[in-house]
Design a binder for this molecule. Structure first.
Ligand SMILES: C[S@@+](CC[C@H](N)C(=O)[O-])C[C@H]1O[C@@H](n2cnc3c(N)ncnc32)[C@H](O)[C@@H]1O
Length: 171
């Protein structure tokens, strides 16, 4: 059975790496906390007042607020797609994806998990990271990737070609 102690013990090195990275990267979090509250209150905030490291969050927040004002969140909004494209180019995205994948794999091994389910795989960048790690570690946990948008089928098709060994095992 997974206990809090077991999880902490098995993830201690990852926790240290993750916290260390975050503390360094987002050291100016208080500036963003204040600015994002102002933006949420619909007060004016100039882009140059916000550290570069939060600029994607800034753009994302503005689009989300605009949608909120229109009364509808739309995953198909092209501005959102463009922003997610930008996000996935940021090294932090890869760091984060690799981290949660490593955590998932370790916990899956500890708990004897038989299947991974990714809900909302989008462009399948995280799926790609998961398949790469499983392939590198020669681990084989079936991965089911879903999305509300049918484009996921194309993205998964591309991944199947990129990881034929995984394809043979799981599909
Ligand atoms: C942020 S994007 C993809 C993130 C992706 N998992 C990654 O880390 O790169 C979120 C995706 O969730 C999908 N989505 C939103 N609501 C959903 C739902 N109820 N069921 C399945 N997919 C959903 C959207 O279509 C979108 O492609």
């Amino acid at each position: 059975m997974l206990t809090k102690e077991l999880i902490k013990e098995n993830l201690a090195d990852l926790e240290e790496k993750y916290v260390g990275h975050l503390v360094k990267r987002f050291s100016e979090w208080e500036v963003w906390a204040t600015a994002s509250q102002k933006i949420a209150n619909r007060e004016e905030v100039k882009e140059h007042e916000i550290p570069m490291v939060f600029h994607v969050e800034l753009k994302m927040m503005r689009v989300i607020l605009e949608m909120e004002d229109l009364g509808k969140f739309d995953w198909n909004d092209p501005r959102l797609s463009q922003l997610f494209r930008e996000v996935t180019k940021d090294p932090f995205y890869t760091f984060f994806g690799e981290m949660i994948t490593e955590i998932s794999l370790r916990l899956a091994n500890l708990a004897g998990v038989k299947t991974f389910l990714e809900i909302g795989a989008g462009r399948a960048h995280l799926t790609d990271i998961m398949l790469k790690q499983m392939s590198d570690k020669d681990q084989s946990i079936p991965l089911v990737a879903t999305d509300a948008q049918s484009v996921i089928l194309e993205n998964i098709g591309t991944l199947k070609d990129a990881y034929p060994q995984v394809n043979r095992k799981y599909c």
